[in-house]
Design a protein around this ligand. Structure first.
Ligand SMILES: CC(C)(COP(=O)(O)OP(=O)(O)OC[C@H]1O[C@@H](n2cnc3c(N)ncnc32)[C@H](O)[C@@H]1OP(=O)(O)O)[C@@H](O)C(=O)NCCC(=O)NCCS
Length: 412
């Protein structure tokens, strides 16, 4: 039995939680395919057999030789104002129906969070089952971009000087470059990790394309497999000409099939396509990534350069220290000429306003730091998030942010 972060764990009824091993592949694939999507089997194989990821990212619960539950933890990196926050994402979660409701995913989430902390992750990102992950410390935080229908289909022939083709392994550097350019339009970003950029080329659930012009890659797009519709996701282009050519080529690929685009506001593709897309439905239902911040002190500490720069740009009165309370604990940073001092953690502080501070419930820390509402928007919605007496200052410290997260699984 190979060791997980803390070695195999004995669970109730003789079940054992341990790291996955090559011999588990077939059973994990069968479990994922039966509880999720058949394409999950291939996704898991791509991850687990990649030497840059490997079996240790997956844990299983076994009953004897039988794999009855599984979860995997992916390495991510969330970027905010020049700061890189190592992060984790739990994916490919499933329990055999015969073993549901026995706390196996609860045990696997605990394994994943321990492994995530051991890998230095400061937060966890999650797409997933509505409400369920709130049981494990996640809170809804970042709006998932809207999908917009193409209202006018390009009628001109596909740009003759460019070629659309499936991406190959030797394109991944060019794709990553285009994605990095596109992500410059956002405050909070998460790129595909280099190994994941490779896995995307081998998925059964969709395809990744590149547009080549004069032997250069000038656009890329990821399109999930769907006979009834074409959805352009993660579109990134060099220039507006490439954007128009990409759309025309994709339309020519699937004549008559309706086309939609995942909104990526502020990017070159967005500017080029804006006039072609139907407006976002104002009644669209909420759809958000979850974030989990187990240790607010560590994240605030990492974000001191960002918070210090916001403080520096604030014109009003600034107290001697910045106090943020999550009610059961609170965090203080001294205001110094050079920026903010190291975070000091204290105990419960039920009324942070009395200390000139702000309050934020623990499950909303992620939304406050990375979400599109900021302190002002959250305080309007949530009685347990408020700026305290230095209202303008805390609005400036925690502004609404735009975000662009690239994930292995598309949230559509
Ligand atoms: C959802 C699923 C992963 C839960 O697995 P499980 O091993 O039965 O979960 P656990 O027994 O550890 O449940 C943990 C807690 O969540 C609760 N719970 C289980 N499913 C839930 C759901 N869909 N919504 C809310 N709570 C749920 C349990 O009651 C339990 O609560 P408790 O610890 O307070 O008693 C499993 O049912 C499954 O494989 N579903 C299909 C695949 C899937 O949806 N995968 C996720 C893709 S991201």
């Amino acid at each position: 039995v190979s060791a997980s972060a803390d070695g195999p764990q004995q669970l109730a009824d003789g079940l054992v939680l341990r790291s996955a091993e090559p011999g588990d592949l077939g059973q994990i694939q069968a479990l994922l395919a039966s509880r999720g999507d058949p394409a999950d089997a291939r996704d898991f194989e791509l991850m687990a057999t990649d030497p840059d990821a490997g079996w240790e990212l997956c844990a299983v619960v076994v009953d004897g030789d039988r794999v009855v539950s599984t979860a995997s933890l992916l390495d991510e990196q969330v970027r905010l104002g020049g700061v890189e926050l190592p992060a984790g994402q739990v994916e490919l979660v499933a329990t055999d129906p015969d073993y549901e409701g026995r706390g196996l995913v609860r045990a696997l989430m605990s394994w994943a969070h321990q492994r995530s902390a051991a890998r230095g992750h400061l937060l966890q990102v999650m797409i997933g089952i509505p409400y369920f992950y709130r049981l494990f410390g996640y809170g809804y935080a970042i709006t998932i971009p809207a999908v917009r229908e193409l209202s006018t289909r390009p009628d001109r022939p596909a740009a003759p000087d460019s070629v659309l083709r499936l991406a190959r392994l030797d394109d991944v550097g060019a794709i990553a470059g285009l994605q990095a350019d596109a992500q410059r339009a956002f405050d909070v970003t998460m790129p595909h990790s280099p190994p994941r950029q490779r896995w995307l080329l081998g998925q059964d659930s969709g395809a990744c394309y590149v547009l080549e012009r004069a032997e250069e890659i000038v656009a890329t797009v990821r399109i999930p497999n769907d006979d009834e519709a074409v959805l352009l996701t993660e579109a990134a282009v060099r220039d507006e000409v490439a954007a128009h050519a990409l759309l025309a080529h994709v339309a020519a690929l699937r004549p008559g099939v309706p086309i939609s685009v995942v909104d990526r506001p502020g990017t070159v593709a967005d500017a080029a396509w804006r006039g072609w897309l139907a407006p976002v439905d104002p009644d669209v239902e909420a759809s958000q990534y979850y974030l989990r911040v187990d240790d607010p002190a560590a994240v605030l500490d990492a974000l001191r350069p960002v918070l210090g720069a916001r403080l520096h740009g604030f014109a009003g009165d600034i107290p001697d220290e910045i106090v943020v309370s999550t009610f059961r604990a609170h965090y203080r940073m001294a205001v110094q000429a050079s920026g903010l001092g190291a975070v000091q953690t204290g105990g419960a502080l039920q009324a942070p306003g009395t200390a000139g501070g702000a309050g934020v419930a623990p499950d909303y820390v992620g939304a406050l730091l990375c979400g599109d509402l900021g302190m002002g928007g959250l305080a309007r919605l949530r009685p347990d998030v408020y700026p305290g007496p230095h209202r303008e200052l805390f609005h400036a410290l925690f502004p609404p942010l735009t975000a662009d997260l690239l994930t292995f699984y598309l949230p559509y």
